[in-house]
Design a protein around this ligand. Sequence first.
Ligand code: DGL
Length: 211
Amino acid sequence: MNEAPIGIFDSGVGGLTVMKAVMHRLPGESICYFGDNARGPYGSRDIGEIRGFALEIAAFLEDLGVKLIVIACNSATSAGLLEVQRRCRVPVLGVVEPGARGAVQATHNRRIGVIGTRATISSRAYLRAIHALDAGATVHSRACPSLVDFVEGGEVEGPRVEEEVRRYLAPLLRRGVDTLVLGCTHYPLISKVIGDVAGEGVSLISSDWEV
Ligand code: DGL
């Protein structure tokens, strides 16, 4: 077995949800985690700027000798996965394609909702990834910028979070989505509220386990 660590990075702490899932599935692996607390959150930044951050961090992790890099950030994956893959010598995985695959497998009515940061939603990365797997699926996307602020502030439940989730999900639920991609590493931390608002008929797809 290659003893080198797996490198995982995110704009901050959100990617720890992915790291936890990787540690659970691959308990024998060592992991080097980089959280860019100095510059995160990324979600409302310019796509080109986020891509630059992703390239820098990936190069840093490669210099540390990691054998594989996981971009555990939807915004960074959407902005720069292909560019990072092109520049790196080691394999690089993102979180968008696994989430898209999970959604296509879970949906029955082929109406898929995607929530994420402004950067992720405006890049249309999930739309492309879902349509690459099922061109007939209907995708309804919504940027939910304030949810990251709640999680970063440690507010992961309660009436204020619930009201905001309700407001964001209402248009997606009206369109009958039966599957909802949590397209942001912070959202698994409020998945209880999201699940309660979405209701039992909606499957939640979370990047952490899909990766
Ligand atoms: N990690 C980011 C993502 O998954 C969420 C936080 C941020 O805006 O940087 O998109």
